[in-house]
Design a protein around this ligand. Structure first.
Ligand SMILES: Cc1cc2nc3c(=O)[nH]c(=O)nc-3n(C[C@H](O)[C@H](O)[C@H](O)COP(=O)(O)OP(=O)(O)OC[C@H]3O[C@@H](n4cnc5c(N)ncnc54)[C@H](O)[C@@H]3O)c2cc1C
Length: 407
């Protein structure tokens, strides 16, 4: 094991990949992690997307065993059994680093409750909730551990380009070469990912648009479903229109709507805190549509988000799709009876670029077997799958290097 591994992006995927490599005996001094953000000690809470643990560090830390996601974004590469094992390993890794593992919340709804059945279907999946404050502590412990193992970190260092043929990474004032590359720049790295796809003529498949609103209301109205599922996934499907619409990323107790900036444009997300001082008895969640069949889905979503900038309450900016959100809210109201006591923030968006085609057995690029893509840069959408993909890449690199050394 003598190859220089560079990980671009010290986010969820990159950190889990490095951890797996180290745990399997890869020499730390041969691993370099580059990130444009700061380390875990110096990151400020408003630096939501960049730095150690990426978008995961100040996220809500919900680790969902979402079978649809795991099916779609993980088991399609490695099979369902392996996907389940990987997600279990993700949770166990976090538990080991958690300052107080007993504080991790867990919900596992096993049956669709009767009161929602008339209007919605509900995805039943176990969810662990780590909590934002703990994640920061976990991040600091983790960063210190990786440093102690000899891993090199370049923070505040933006990658501008990568030439997969010459194995050269361009930074603003220098270049660095790799033998093996793990590329995981998440949502914040979309521009670079797009550029790399174009320049290196990578094969891709397109993804659906994911757009909607963040919904906020007093928690009391939703308590009966929160008692069953901490992160309830209610959904409706419209086959003819190729749309499915769902609740997404539910925050409660100390729940705040947060503004994100991507491409200089505002969109919304949610956080919930464990800190008692922050309790506000509110609930917020995304109501997200997944729309298939839109040509150039990425540019389409950008255009819609641009329209929403003037008025973050005006749902009509979602065009003909706004009626699906309005109907969804009306149906929620029939069950939870919050009347007009709610707010919406338009838009919540998941900018999904085309998905790079990879070899399933190690998530490496079809034409560049020493370049691995993972996390939101590939297909992940969320902590559980990004982390699991990181572990999977690390494991496969070790297997490959062990084989190479033997032969
Ligand atoms: C507010 C918020 C709350 C969330 N809550 C949850 C949740 O509760 N549960 C859940 O499952 N998911 C949640 N998510 C999503 C989750 O955090 C991401 O899906 C996950 O972090 C993706 O992991 P990743 O490794 O692909 O990318 P990231 O973790 O985003 O890491 C990518 C890293 O790459 C770096 N980078 C980007 N471009 C460059 C470049 N050009 N040069 C150098 N470095 C670069 C970034 O600085 C970043 O640190 C949340 C996201 C947000 C924003």
């Amino acid at each position: 094991m003598d190859k220089h591994i560079i990980i671009v992006g010290s986010g969820v995927t990159g950190v889990f990949a490095a951890t797996k490599l180290i745990e399997k005996g890869y020499p730390g001094h041969l691993i370099t992690i580059i990130d444009k953000g700061k380390d875990a000690f110096n990151r400020k809470p408003n630096e939501i997307m960049n730095g150690f643990l990426g978008a995961g560090l100040f996220s809500d830390g919900k680790i969902a065993y979402l079978h649809n996601q795991i099916g779609g974004q993980l088991s399609k590469y490695c099979g369902k059994e392996k996907a389940d094992d990987l997600v279990e390993e993700v949770v166990n890794t976090i538990k080991k680093l958690h300052p107080d593992p007993d504080k991790i919340m867990y919900s596992n709804p096993i049956e669709e409750p009767e009161f929602i059945k008339k209007y919605f279907k509900m995805r039943l999946a176990p969810v662990y909730h780590i909590g934002t404050e703990y994640l920061h502590e976990i991040g600091k412990n983790w960063y210190s551990w990786l440093r102690a193992k000899g891993v090199n970190f370049y923070f505040n260092t933006k990658v501008d380009n990568i030439n997969f043929k010459t194995q050269c990474i361009s930074l603003s004032k220098s270049v660095i070469y790799y033998d093996i590359l793990i590329y995981a720049t998440g949502k914040d790295g979309i521009d670079l990912t797009q550029k790399l796809i174009k320049k290196n003529k990578l094969k891709t498949e397109s993804k659906p648009v994911q757009i909607g609103v963040r919904f906020e209301a007093p928690q009391k109205y939703f308590q009966k479903i929160l008692d069953l599922a901490y992160d309830f996934k209610l959904y409706q499907e419209f086959e003819k229109e190729k749309i499915n619409i769902r609740t997404f990323c539910v925050n409660s107790n100390a729940a705040y709507v947060v503004e994100e900036k991507t491409y200089g444009m505002k969109s919304y997300n949610g956080h919930s805190y464990k800190d008692k001082d922050k309790i506000n008895n509110m609930v917020n969640f995304g109501i997200i549509m997944e729309i298939e069949g839109i040509k150039n889905p990425f540019s389409w979503a950008k255009k819609i988000v641009k329209k929403c900038q003037k008025d973050n309450k005006d749902i009509s900016n979602l065009g003909k799709y706004s009626k699906f959100i309005n109907n969804f809210i009306d149906d929620l109201n029939k069950i939870f009876q919050f009347g007009s006591n709610y707010k919406i923030y338009v838009p919540e968006v998941k900018f999904l670029t085309d998905e790079v085609l990879v070899n399933n057995n190690n998530l490496s690029l079809i034409n560049y077997p020493n370049v691995h893509f993972g996390g939101d840069s590939l297909s992940a959408r969320g902590i559980a799958v990004s982390a699991a993909q990181g572990l999977y890449i690390g494991e496969k690199i070790i297997e490959n290097e062990t084989k190479r050394n033997k032969s």
